[in-house]
Ligand binder design. Structure first.
Ligand code: ADP
Ligand code: MG
Length: 622
């Protein structure tokens, strides 16, 4: 048999290696920016077309390369950063594998212009799919300028696999956030399709965080500082009350290199124990400095996981340091998040001491037939739902109420009066269900209780208000009649680039709902008007919570976008638990709820109300 094993040609070997190093445009950006940092640059420019799909251009003012090095740089395992195996254990540069340029040149069209500072002329190289097409002397500025075009032109499967431009841009933004945080002393500018995304000057870390995550972010941060023989930890952590439900502002760096470290993440989260709202993640920007020989950055080809020699000692140190900083800033004393939304009706008291009479607020002057009641102040219910007359629902109520009055005089017979009612499941309650009276109690700042024929109706105040707002938003959308209320003092706010992208993508939908918002460059926005029905809420907080919702939802926003936005806005702008309602507000809420087409469920499908059957009480009292 003839021998069959042969060495792969370089172009094929490089393409295989590229599969691991270069997954998407963001990987190219990361590799080239890291090279620019290693070259000692103080200013790095990133110019993208179509989120890198068409062009990625990275130029720096670093040391540049000689003619020979410029050619060598594209060879596999060609690097100026390490020389011997022992160097692997003391790495101080971002790169060291010598794989990136060879990989990029194997799967794209690459042009390199580079000049060393002490040279008159620079050099230009054009490589396409690992083939050198041209190398010549050229007149160019000192530093290095890479142009990477048509990424994955010869790997159709990879190219097809790329996500939308918005999604690819988000990946690039995440890479830039990491390197920009790790290197605040380097200026970065980033442009996509001629639109500026970042313009970051040479800063300190505080200013860099503000530049990346918006002006509001710094008020939320607490400094961290610890120096021990094992590790130095500096940076900032977020205040618990500002913790979000989605990831996005959690950063660990070791020796200026971003790292993922789920184990250390747990140390931070544990330090926040009991002071964090449920399911939220604190933000942190923590920088570790350790001796390079005490870490191993070699364990993963894309190099975001790093092994520490003394992991458990550092773990303890992180937890203690974070805890100490929280303590210094008086946020550790336990905060009671008891009212956070669980729908749990206290059928029987678990502990007799807890029993307190409900707060009863009755307005004896209330007239349900009055149509033009005017409320002053910040009443969240001032907007009438649709064009249904209130009285229509109340009439029914009173018909039954009158009937019921007679029934009430016959208590012995009551058990047999409404047998089928007792069997009705709470889920089937329709708004035709009539009340036995117009008395509504607010209970624990969370529920509204009212007696009905078959028992006691319990309404979740927040979910009820969500339903009302949602149907209002939907009717605004369907009628195409946008009711936007001009803001007396327009709000302006800044977002980080990723959130700004997201907001831009839903601006049209928000306009259809009555938000008058426009961008004015640099990830800043101005709110000139809000939907008429949101008069008492902070529009900025609503937008922030909307973005959180979009980020954490797994479904595609494109379909039913407006409905989803309406649901999310309804949730963000509804009254909270703990909001003590005036009697007139309670009445209006009930009134509007039962004018809704689906009063039983919140827009996200949670149950708004339930009925505790009389039977239940009777059983309890037997
Ligand atoms: P690595 O960064 O792991 O050394 P690369 O393939 O990324 O491998 O780069 C190969 C070599 O090219 C680097 O070691 C460096 O000497 C040189 N190089 C790459 N980019 C630049 C740049 N922007 N400025 C100066 N030299 C560069
Ligand atoms: Mg490199």
């Amino acid at each position: 048999m003839p021998d069959i094993i042969q060495l792969l040609p370089d172009s094929v070997a490089n393409q295989i290696a590229a599969g691991e190093v270069i997954q998407r445009p963001a990987s190219v950006v990361k590799e080239l920016v890291e090279n620019a940092i290693d070259a000692g640059s103080t200013h790095i420019q990133i110019n993208l077309k179509d989120a890198g799909r068409t062009l990625i251009q990275i130029s720096d003012n670093g040391c540049g390369m000689s003619d020979t090095d410029a050619r060598m740089a594209f060879e596999r395992h060609a690097t100026s950063k390490i020389k011997a195996a022992k160097d692997l254990f003391a790495i101080r540069t971002m790169g060291f594998r010598g794989e990136a340029l060879a990989s990029i040149a194997a799967i794209a069209d690459v042009e390199l212009h580079t000049k060393q500072h002490d040279q008159e002329l620079g050099t230009m190289i054009h490589i396409n799919g690992s083939q050198v097409l041209k190398q010549e002397a050229t007149n160019c500025p000192s530093g290095t300028n890479f142009l990477v075009k048509n990424l994955f032109f010869n790997v159709p499967a990879r190219r097809k696999f790329l996500k939308s431009n918005a999604a690819e841009l988000k990946h690039i933004i995440h890479e830039i956030q990491r390197v920009a945080l790790a290197n605040p002393d380097i200026a970065f500018s980033m442009i996509n399709n001629q639109q500026p995304v970042y313009e970051l000057g040479q800063d300190n870390i505080r200013k860099r965080i503000v530049a990346l995550f918006g002006k509001h972010s710094i008020q939320k941060l607490i400094p961290v500082n610890t120096d021990t023989s094992l590790v130095k930890i500096t940076g900032y952590i977020g205040q618990p009350k500002h913790a979000r439900k989605t990831f996005g502002e959690q950063f660990f760096f070791v020796n200026k290199r971003f790292m993922r470290h789920p184990f250390f993440h747990k140390a931070v989260v544990q330090a926040y124990e009991k002071i964090l709202p449920p399911d939220s993640i604190p933000s942190y920007f923590l920088f570790f400095e350790v001796k390079p020989e005490n870490i191993d950055i070699n364990i993963h080809p894309t190099k975001t996981e790093i092994k520490f020699e003394d992991e458990s000692a550092i773990w303890q140190m992180i937890k203690a340091t974070v805890r100490e900083s929280l303590g210094k800033h008086n946020v550790v004393p336990s905060i009671d998040f008891d009212q956070a939304g669980s729908f749990d009706i206290p059928v029987a008291p678990k502990n007799a001491d807890e029993v307190r009479p409900p707060e009863i607020q009755v307005d004896p002057t209330y007239n349900p037939f009055e149509t033009d009641v005017v409320f002053t102040g910040t009443n969240p219910f001032t907007q009438q739902p649709k064009k249904t007359s209130k009285a229509q629902y109340w009439e029914k109520l009173y018909q039954d109420f009158n009937k019921k009055e007679h029934e009430d005089q016959l208590p012995e017979e009551q058990e047999d009066l409404f047998p089928e009612e007792l069997e009705q499941s709470p889920n089937e309650i329709q708004h035709e269900e009539s009340y036995s009276g117009k008395t509504f109690f607010q209970f624990k700042g969370k529920y509204i209780l009212t007696p009905v024929k078959s028992g006691l109706m319990v309404i979740d105040q927040k979910r009820a208000h969500e339903r009302i707002l949602f149907e209002n938003f939907m009717s605004v959308i369907n009628s195409n009649q946008i009711i936007s209320q001009k803001q007396l003092f327009p709000h302006t706010f800044d977002l980080n680039a990723a959130d700004a992208q997201l907001l831009h993508s839903v601006l049209d939908d928000l306009r259809a709902l009555g938000f008058d918002i426009s961008g004015f460059g640099n990830n800043s926005f101005i709110i000139n008007g809000t939907p008429g029905m949101l008069d008492n809420s902070s529009p900025e907080a609503i937008i922030e919570s909307l973005l959180e919702d979009i980020k954490s939802s797994s479904t595609n926003l494109q379909e039913k976008a407006r409905e989803k936005i309406a649901a999310s806005l309804a949730r963000a702008s509804s009254i909270t638990y703990g909001y003590v309602m005036k009697q007139e507000e309670i009445n209006q809420l009930i009134d509007q709820l039962f004018a809704c087409s689906t009063p039983n469920y919140s827009p996200t499908g949670k149950q708004v109300l339930t009925i505790m059957p009389i039977e239940h009480f009777e059983k309890l009292l037997k």
